[in-house]
Write a protein that binds this ligand. Structure first.
Ligand code: EZ4
Ligand code: CO
Length: 402
């Protein structure tokens, strides 16, 4: 079998997505997600101009060799653009392998290690009362875990809080929107939100919170400590992760579990964090961390060091990435939790998929391959439109980390 064509499909069914579809001489096709929020066309060009010409004529069965060829052969290793492009190829090749074998990809990865993939949803609101109502909505839908974000009194716009709810979308059209930030206001307010949520929903519901890389290590340590009575499953992205040493300082002060890694693109971004057990969950995901092959390598390393998976699953990760993530989540021994922000109906129509939600779990389904496709005719009706993630400033105007 040979790869004969690679189509790069850029479409905006509710938000922008970049999808790679590989076609073979035997008619079997495979799909991979290549979406890099706010920088989509860079990956589309990387694939179209530099990668697809190298794939034509290759044997699609050689997944690992193709990964190594694209990673080592580029000379310029790592980086989100390169690794999202490699991820798309890798994902599409696993899809093809599954279809050829007549097996769902999780079977090729060793079979299922659990009955379903526990997911968490996002409850966010301007006020604590709004947040409580949103948490209740997820509980009614059957979710067992909920991420809680709340507007901060005195700050006009807070990242993670929006008008959309079940499929909350952080990217805005045209130029980047600006959000404001005050660590002082945040640190004293957030524990009061969790006190009310715990009080209202009891001890069984798993609660999470995302600090979006906004704190210094000592501030994050204080937050972790003040959230201990509310028994979070994790505190996410407490500090920017370029400096792994920051996590050691946080660890010295708090037993609140830590999660990090949605922006990681290779094992080298988290090798020290994992080896030194500085975090509890790694949030790397299929599309941004080199595909199923490389993410499995990260999670295998994590398994040696008592670290679990907690893959990113926001709306900018397409249903193709979500399907791939679910096959891996179902198979690995050290699965922790999977983020699941529902996609819009437009997105779901463009990407028909076999995965489904029931009683707090997602199931990838049993179709051969990944069980997801792209309806190219429908996708063509939603042209690309530039969109950016917000930038963040302190109240005095200083650019802040986000
Ligand atoms: O900022 O998906 O945990 N989820 C998040 C998301 C990310 C976006 C980035 O594209 O932090 O909202
Ligand atoms: Co996050």
């Amino acid at each position: 079998m040979q790869v004969t064509e690679g189509r790069v499909i850029v479409s905006r069914p509710g938000r922008n997505f970049v999808t790679l579809k590989l076609v073979t001489d035997e008619g079997v096709t495979g799909v991979g997600d290549a979406t890099l929020n706010g920088r989509e066309l860079a990956v589309a060009s990387y694939l179209r101009d530099h990668v697809v010409p190298l794939l034509v004529g290759r044997d699609p069965a050689r997944i690992e060799d193709t990964w190594q060829f694209l990673y080592k052969g580029a000379y310029w290793r790592r980086g989100p653009v390169t690794m999202s492009a490699i991820a798309a190829v890798d994902t599409a090749l696993w899809d093809i392998k599954g279809k050829v074998a007549g097996l769902p990809v999780y079977q090729l990865l060793g079979g299922r290690s659990r009955d379903g993939v526990t997911v968490y949803g996002h409850a966010n609101g301007e006020t604590v009362d709004d947040v409580l109502a949103e948490v209740a909505r997820y509980v009614e839908l059957g979710y067992r875990a909920v991420r809680v974000q709340c507007g901060i009194p005195g700050l006009p716009i807070t990242y993670g809080v929006s008008d959309d709810k079940l499929f909350y979308e952080p990217a805005g059209v045209a130029l980047p929107p600006e959000a404001s930030w005050s660590t002082e206001a945040y640190l004293s307010f957030i524990p009061t939100v969790f006190a009310r949520v715990r009080d209202e929903f009891g001890p069984a519901l798993r609660l999470l919170h995302d600090a979006h890389h906004r704190l210094t290590p000592i501030e994050a340590a204080r937050l972790g400590k003040s959230l201990e009575p509310y028994e979070l499953t994790w505190l996410e992205d407490p500090v920017p992760a370029e400096l792994p040493d920051g996590f050691r300082l946080i660890r010295q002060h708090t037993t609140t579990p830590l999660a990090v890694g949605e922006v990681f693109n290779t094992i080298w971004d988290c090798e020290q964090l994992i080896r030194e057990q500085l975090v509890d969950y790694v949030r790397a995901t299929v599309v941004h961390a080199g595909g199923i092959s490389h993410l499995r390598r990260i999670f295998d390393l994590a398994a040696l060091h008592h670290v679990r998976s907690g893959s990113h699953g926001a709306t900018d990760l397409s249903p193709v990435c979500m399907a791939a993530a679910l096959h891996l989540d179902l198979a690995i021994p050290n699965f922790g939790l999977q983020e699941y922000m529902r996609h819009t109906e437009e997105t779901d129509r463009v990407f028909p998929h076999a995965y489904h939600f029931a009683a707090g779990y997602l199931h990838p389904g049993d179709e051969p391959g990944l069980g997801v496709d792209i309806d190219e005719e429908l996708a063509a009706r939603y042209p690309y439109q530039p969109a950016y993630l917000p930038v963040n400033r302190l109240v005095d105007g200083t650019m802040h980390s986000w």
